[in-house]
Design a protein around this ligand. Structure first.
Ligand code: 13P
Ligand code: SF4
Length: 348
């Protein structure tokens, strides 16, 4: 059973920014900029933790400097295991906040603190907390893509890489779930596990643009392609997938499956890593249909696009973009995150 609660609050309209236009750098300028960043990273004992959706130059720099490029789960794990004094988080704000919550003694810097996420924006902590108060019989499970305050109200935090395992575990214990904020991921998890789930009405503006009918047409043109789908996508897209999973799971599928062609329904930032690991495979972006779109319908997250070498340098040089989390909020939020990390460690 899965349902939208009749007492669900009315949510504020999400303001989606336009994609920033970064000036093109010549190879010489780029090398000089990367060298300056590396120099400052050494001076500050800093490490770069980047998500697969950010610009390829940032992913490359993270790898060249001993940092990590990963999904949200691995980013959290890496930050917690690193002995750097400063974590440079290239991604969106919930990723920086998670790093700070797990590592309060470290400085956490982000290129732009305005890089948020439609799921985070669509789940204001006060409305969410009231909603939880009205359903005290349910275990509160929130997706990583939420604010520190929302995590502080939750029993568990999950990422797309471990959501199914954790919900299966809770379902087996007979628990009923209050899930927030992504209704598409929630619906996928609910359909797969059969758990009783009350759902928040949130969505990712990027993944919501993948359309089932357009994908069906594209599949007919590429009958041998495997279909890879991130579970933030709508049901009619998920239902056509050969693999549904986190960004890491989709990258592994490209490496491991015998197919030569893949249709990929997730943010196109992921192609940098897929090309790097499987250069001979043909990658086809899943179609978006922009009519009435809340974002630019381009399969690229406008908030992830706020990360660039230029503002990473500024953050490091001037200490701008430092992430702070109120200590009382942090102490509550860490419980839900740590539960997930402990669960993941046991599963390993
Ligand atoms: P992953 O944890 O699968 O990398 O997803 C994060 C995200 O924001 C996807 O839109
Ligand atoms: Fe949020 Fe979607 Fe951007 Fe991921 S792609 S950070 S879920 S808006």
């Amino acid at each position: 059973m899965s349902s939208q609660a009749p007492d669900h609050p009315v949510l504020p309209r999400i303001q989606v920014p336009r994609h920033p236009q970064w000036p093109t750098l010549s190879d010489t300028q780029k090398t000089a900029l990367k060298n300056r960043i590396q120099q400052m990273m050494q001076e500050k004992n800093a490490v770069l933790v980047a998500h697969y959706y950010v610009d390829g130059d940032l992913q490359a720099l993270a790898e060249e400097t001993g940092g990590c490029v990963a999904d949200s789960l691995e980013m959290a794990r890496f930050g917690a295991s690193s002995d750097a004094d400063t974590l440079l988080v290239c991604g969106v704000r919930f990723m920086g906040e998670t790093a700070k919550i797990l590592n309060p003694e470290k400085t956490v810097l982000m290129p732009d603190l305005a890089a948020t996420c439609s799921l985070d924006e669509g789940c204001p902590a006060d409305l969410f907390s009231d909603f939880c108060d009205r359903h005290p019989d349910r275990t509160v499970v929130v997706y990583a893509n939420t604010s520190a305050e929302v995590k502080a109200r939750a029993d568990w935090m999950v990422t797309s890489g471990i959501a199914l395992d954790i919900i299966e575990h809770l379902h087996a214990r007979g628990e009923k779930i209050l899930w927030a904020p992504d209704k598409h991921l929630g619906h996928y998890v609910q359909r797969t596990t059969g758990v009783d789930m009350l759902m928040w009405d949130g969505a990712c503006v990027v993944h919501e643009e993948f359309k089932g009918f357009a994908l069906e047409r594209l599949r007919r043109l590429h009958p041998k392609a495997a279909i890879l789908v991130h579970p933030e996508s709508p049901d009619e897209v998920v239902d056509q997938a050969d693999v549904v999973g986190s960004t890491t799971a989709l990258i592994q599928a490209v490496q491991q499956m015998p197919n030569e062609e893949f249709i990929v329904a997730t943010d196109d930032g992921i192609f940098w890593k897929m090309h790097q690991l499987a250069p001979n495979k043909k990658l086809i972006p899943a179609p978006t249909a922009g009519e009435g779109a809340t974002c630019e319908s381009c399969a690229h997250c406008p908030w992830m696009a706020m990360n660039a070498l230029q503002n990473l340098e500024t953050a490091l040089r001037d200490g701008t973009g430092e992430v702070f989390v109120d200590e009382a909020v942090r102490r509550n939020a860490v419980t839900s995150i740590q539960r997930m990390l402990d669960f993941a460690a046991q599963r390993r």
